[in-house]
Design a protein around this ligand. Sequence first.
Ligand SMILES: [Zn+2]
Length: 85
Amino acid sequence: MGPVRTCVGCRERDQRSALVRLVLDRSAPQPRLVVDDRACLPGRGAWVHPATRCLELAERRKAVPRALRVTGLLDLAGVRAHLGL
Ligand SMILES: [Zn+2]
């Protein structure tokens, strides 16, 4: 069994490979959320299942900004588009 992470949406633990890592791209004028496909970008990451349900749960709980220690809300539209959801 490989490394395990907790999904910020459903709060269930799963294989790292079953989750995607979200990080904040601070190089943009307006910090935006991006999917760290190779799970190698520096900084804090939030792990979530690439599933509509988990993104919705994460959104409702404001779990992504909390995990990334960001105040305010983060738009998940770009993440959804990236994941084809
Ligand atoms: Zn989940």
